[in-house]
Ligand binder design. Sequence first.
Ligand code: AMP
Length: 250
Amino acid sequence: MKILVAVKRVVDYNVKVRPNSDSSDVELANVKMSVNPFCEIAVEEAVRLKEKGVATEIIAVTIGTAQSQEQLRTCLALGADRAILVETDQSVEPLAVAKCLKAVYDQEQPDIVLMGKQAIDGDNNQTGQMLASMLGCAQGTFASEVIVEEGIIAVTREIDGGLQTLNLKLPAVITTDLRLNEPRYASLPNIMKAKQKPLATHTTQELGVDVSPRTQLLGVELPAQRQAGIKVNDVAQLVDKLKNEAKVIS
Ligand code: AMP
């Protein structure tokens, strides 16, 4: 069984993001970049399925700039067998990513596509659903447990107020939620070995995919600063302030 894992290079989750000098986008210069946390969970799940003897090959794929090779090497160190970079300097929207992933899917014919439920930069939560729709295949989103048995995947999903379990036919797209697993750290020997693993590069033109944007980013700004709190002397003063200053009660 072949697993394709889609991973995105994003600003590391520990970095406090801020707008660039003209507020046209998020500042990316000299900022630590990492594998999107939900994609790390997807890689970990693929590795666990390989360790259980369910999967035979794991291919990590990303659509992004040449620097995204760093994140693909991380995935190779974590246990992916080979990697594919679909190189573009454009910032790609979920629709463009899904189209590129479909082109890679058509070439590789994996049984499962594992992805994050969302990328922590754009918070779109769209790509997995779009890809499953383009492939016309089953999808299990927000997975907190994945069990593969005889051509069926049981995916337990975190939904409002509880858990839902779906049986999916292969091939299927699965997107990962936080509680699916806890990703391992790459060991030093595996980081060294990852340097020798195959990493192929394609352009979006080679895949025949138009990645031109459908939306325009107008600007980014920080949320308004919270005002400092004040101390009131008694309940009467509190009620007065809520009524006459904050105007939240009448
Ligand atoms: P999003 O729909 O942007 O929130 O992303 C959801 C998931 O789609 C991510 O966790 C990745 O698995 C995948 N994805 C999004 N963008 C990319 C990309 N540029 N390259 C590869 N996979 C991506």
